[in-house]
Design a protein around this ligand. Structure first.
Ligand code: GLN
Length: 280
């Protein structure tokens, strides 16, 4: 049997040697998950003895992590907007930047005189965006769409955990007949196909369906605009989409084409990178 002081040191070094940037925090999280103890207990308890069976399990998690499986897929958990969500390898791991998207919508809604009701999240993945928004603005009607049936299963689980009333739809936006939508949000796949192979190994282990934006990175964004003009009849008074600087030019051309008379705003994230486009 080994004690926690020894194990913390041992696994931190292993993760550090494997080039894992947050090796300290991730070691604590993996030990806490395996031993069913809180992070604080793992940090403060040094003499606690860990059984052989637990060691075998921890070793398994550590080697998965070293192979590039993201921590959130090992623990099946991710905190988003201070709430816990279930995640697995079928959904993108919610990012901090996407929390900003949620905040932007809340700010917009608070300040605006527009009184729409129906909100659609396109490519909902784990469902984090509408689930958090429903907690903040409960009187809106929420719809969440994803083309991946496996992602829909994850979203369903989170909807259950958070006692949410969102309507889930398993479809591609280009086939969707949803209309009368007032607010459109999306964190679509927006990486250019050619750049997928350059991503860090952790990201490569996330579903390519959630990342691959096609040749120009804007394939799904284009489908969103097409649906919005043809099926939704340009009813949306506010559209907010997550992007990055790699597709800035392409997105600018696209928004000018589909929304020549609307106000298009490119918004930077907290790291000063172009991250969102809003259309209103
Ligand atoms: N909407 C989800 C998120 O923001 C998933 C996005 C995606 O799969 N591209 O995390």
């Amino acid at each position: 049997m080994k004690n926690l002081a020894y194990l913390k040191k041992f696994y931190k070094k292993k993760l550090m040697d494997a080039g894992i940037i947050d090796y300290d925090q991730e070691t604590i999280s993996l030990l806490s998950y395996s031993l069913k103890k809180s992070n604080i207990e793992i940090i403060t308890e040094n003499n606690f003895l860990v059984s052989e069976n637990h060691l075998i399990q921890i070793d398994k998690f550590i080697s998965k992590r070293i192979k590039g499986i993201p921590l959130a897929y090992i623990t099946n958990e991710r905190v988003f907007f201070n709430e816990k969500f279930y995640v697995n390898e079928n959904v993108l791991i919610p990012r901090f930047e996407t929390e900003e998207l949620v905040k932007k919508f809340i700010d917009f809604y608070k300040d605006s005189k527009i009184k729409g009701k129906r909100l659609l999240d396109i490519g909902t993945g784990s469902g984090v965006i509408p689930i958090i928004l429903e907690k903040k603005i409960p009187y809106l009607e929420f719809y969440a769409l994803d083309k991946s049936s496996k992602a829909i299963e994850v979203a369903k689980k989170n909807i259950f955990i958070h006692k949410s009333k969102i309507t889930l739809i398993n479809d591609e936006i280009k086939n969707s007949k949803l209309d009368s939508i007032d607010f459109v949000l999306s964190n679509p796949p927006y990486i250019k196909s050619a750049n997928l192979s350059n991503l860090p190994i952790d990201v490569k282990n996330e579903p390519s369906l959630a990342l691959d934006g096609g040749t120009n990175g804007i394939e799904v964004i284009k489908e969103i605009f097409e649906w919005e003009s043809e099926i939704n009849k340009n009813n949306a008074s506010y559209i907010l989409i997550e992007i990055d600087s790699q597709i800035y030019e392409e997105t600018k051309i696209l928004t000018n084409k589909y929304y020549p008379n609307k106000k298009k705003t490119f918004i930077k994230d907290l790291n000063s990178n172009i991250r969102f486009v809003s259309i209103t």
